[in-house]
Design a protein around this ligand. Structure first.
Ligand code: AOF
Ligand code: ZN
Length: 366
């Protein structure tokens, strides 16, 4: 299938609209739609919140009668199932749309090509795959959860130019500047959940909340706490939104105290070293409809996640400062002794944020 310059232009617009739902659609995907007739946009829409209308429905409403005979550009295959809202495939057919251009297939088990077939069965021309890479980037978490039942894991780190993340004493506030810390707020805000370890809770007493002006949703906060050592007075437990503690401990008294402090305590199986099994944590979070999981934690949990190959994306802020070799490194990774043991990454993006630099990296595809 070859697409015209106009096709690209309208799909680019649909992608732009989808992005407006970046902070609000959770646990649904971000989706945008543009309706075009006689080379003019007659309706636009995007999905805003789960439970509310899908992108196509908003665009059809905006277009009214002009939708008949139009081409719909949608960033995700139209749904064909009854979820919280009725199927978009039916709505497009009813409205008399004549062509649908889809950026990517919806990996949802109840859709997965079914939306496209229904449209085709109704005589609508469907062309798919236009700007697919950009559409995939909009929803890494939703796609990962639909395909593997686990969230997309994004690990945020802050370091000095010499790769240190805290002083030997544990002191780490603040390595990066105000602009970088504000940038982090946006990564938190787009996530379904923010995960940290009990070590960070004890050392820094963080609140792990989103503090942006337009915040309307606090991501779920998750603490990995093998032995239930989180203090009931920890700030993270006393913020708007919910905190879940994942533990292997069967200490009933500690559990009740934390529950009384407002936390939800979930039992997770231990791994071979009697720590919380991190793969099991991701499975549980997948079941809880967590799409993007934002991790901010210390070297131990960060190292364990890396070692287990569970990190999909690293966001590393590098500050123009030297902390010296007595300071702590980013990852506790025992067992790496030779160059053959090293973990190889691929840098995908690097840009300035205030006086710091932000490096985005993923695991190297072998
Ligand atoms: C679309 N357009 O704008 C979105 C879609 O519970 P519901 O009714 O909101 O359905 C949610 C599912 O619909 C979601 O898991 C995904 O498969 C699809 N999202 N589909 O045609 C949209 N947001
Ligand atoms: Zn839909």
């Amino acid at each position: 299938m070859s697409f015209s310059a106009d096709d690209h232009r309208y799909m680019a617009r649909a992608l732009q609209l989808a992005e407006r739902g970046l902070y609000t659609t959770d646990p649904n995907p971000r989706v945008g739609c543009v309706l075009v007739r006689d080379n003019a946009i007659v309706g636009e829409g995007w999905h805003e919140r789960a439970g509310e209308a899908h992108a196509e429905v908003h665009a059809l409403q905006a277009a009214g009668d002009a939708a008949r005979g139009s081409t719909a550009y949608v960033t995700l295959e139209p749904c064909c199932h009854q979820g919280r809202t009725p199927p978009c495939s039916d709505a497009l057919i009813q409205a008399g749309v004549s062509r649908v251009v889809v950026a990517m297939r919806d990996p949802h088990a109840q859709v997965d090509g079914g939306g496209i077939s229904q449209l085709q069965a109704a005589g609508i021309t469907v062309d798919s795959g236009l700007m697919e890479a950009q559409a995939v980037q909009l929803n890494p978490g939703f796609i990962r959860r639909m395909q593997r039942g686990r969230p997309w894991v994004r690990l945020k780190l802050a370091m000095s130019l010499d790769g240190r993340t805290a002083m030997a004493s544990g002191e780490s506030q603040w390595i990066t500047g105000a602009a970088a810390r504000q940038d982090v707020q946006h990564w938190r805000a787009r996530s379904s959940a923010i995960l940290t370890g009990v070590g960070s809770v004890l050392a820094d007493d963080p609140s792990m909340t989103v503090r942006l002006d337009q915040t309307e949703r606090q991501p779920l906060r998750v603490i990995i706490d093998t032995n239930l050592s989180t203090p009931a007075g920890a700030k993270i437990l006393h913020q708007p939104g919910q905190t879940v503690i994942m533990t292997c401990s069967e200490d009933q008294a500690a559990r009740e105290e934390l529950q009384n402090a407002g936390a939800r305590v979930l039992a997770v199986p231990p791994n071979a070293r009697n720590n919380v099994d991190l793969g099991a944590v991701l499975d549980q979070l997948g079941e809880m409809e967590i799409n993007e999981l934002h991790v901010e934690t210390g070297a131990t949990l960060a190292g364990a996640l890396m070692h287990a190959g569970l990190v999909d994306e690293l966001i590393v802020y590098m500050a123009p400062t030297l902390l010296g070799d007595a300071a702590r490194g980013l990852f506790h990774l025992p067992g790496i002794e030779t160059m053959d043991d090293r973990l190889s990454l691929q840098i995908k993006d690097i840009r300035a944020v205030g006086e710091d630099w932000r490096i985005t990296a993923g695991l190297k595809k072998s």
